[in-house]
Design a protein around this ligand. Sequence first.
Ligand SMILES: [Zn+2]
Ligand SMILES: [Zn+2]
Length: 339
Amino acid sequence: MKALVYVAPERMEIQQVPDPEVRAGEVLLEISAAGICGSDIHGFLGHSERRKPGLVMGHETVATIRDLHPTVTGWRRAQRVCFNPLVSCGACPACLDGSQNLCPEWRLFGMDRLHGTYAELISVPACQLYALPEALPEAEAILAEPLAVVIHAFRIALTGTPATMAIFGAGPIGALALVLARLRGILRVCVVDRNKDRLEAARRLGADLVIDSAREDAALAVRAFTGGAGAECVVEAVGIESLRRAAVAAGRKGSRMLFLGIAENDSALPWITMIRNEQAVFTSFAYTPRDFHDAVKLLERRLFDLTPWTERRSLAEGQASFLKMAHDPGATLKLMLTV
Ligand SMILES: [Zn+2]
Ligand SMILES: [Zn+2]
């Protein structure tokens, strides 16, 4: 089959690779679209320990079932599906507790040596599948995985409904956080970024205020937006030190700080200030099957629309597509490669 293979930093190429085997419990999927995720971009730039040359990345997928191992029941050929790409052992205390994202054995399709979905075919365990209604457009269904990330994060960090939220980062995760904040009834939401096109997208998606951090002090702007106190909840969806610090400075006393961005590992934060202000720090990683299920169900209801900022290109344009998303995404929030 044809696959887009990561061959060196900033270099992907189409290669012929062997078709996947279909083992017990697995289904063979024909991939129709695969989204480019921030983590794939991180890998493309050569910044990911777990994405080395020779790998087929990709884990955000819309597909149809081509074949089933005889051991699989409950699914049929030609059925339209997406799948949870995070595979866990199913038997450790974290898995048994419903925290499969914390399984010591977790693996992700498109990482390590487990090939992902920038390819024509993939074989996945049937237990990872979710049925997609025929009526749900591909450009919406492709958001199941990033939406699950945000659903999980809100489950971790929010109790009740904060009155104000500041979101740092207007990329796909920030935009989905904005959408979810709106659906959850958070009354006032502001979004910080330095990409003007993405700020405009955030404005059209319902942000009460967008803040261009290239032009103004984001923390001061968030404080002004919240009557001087700071936001009740702050979401940091980029993961660099300057924004992590700005996020803390934008949170009011007693705020909940939700850190999702994973660009940089180490950052200095003003811990004494945070302690005196009782700013609660939450971190959130990936999602559980429950979050993925909820993401698919929410997409089925079609309550929001990111398609004006969703771009579709062929798998053969993978290299150019990655360069664009890594260096100059413009207004594109999600680029999906179609096979
Ligand atoms: Zn992703
Ligand atoms: Zn486990």
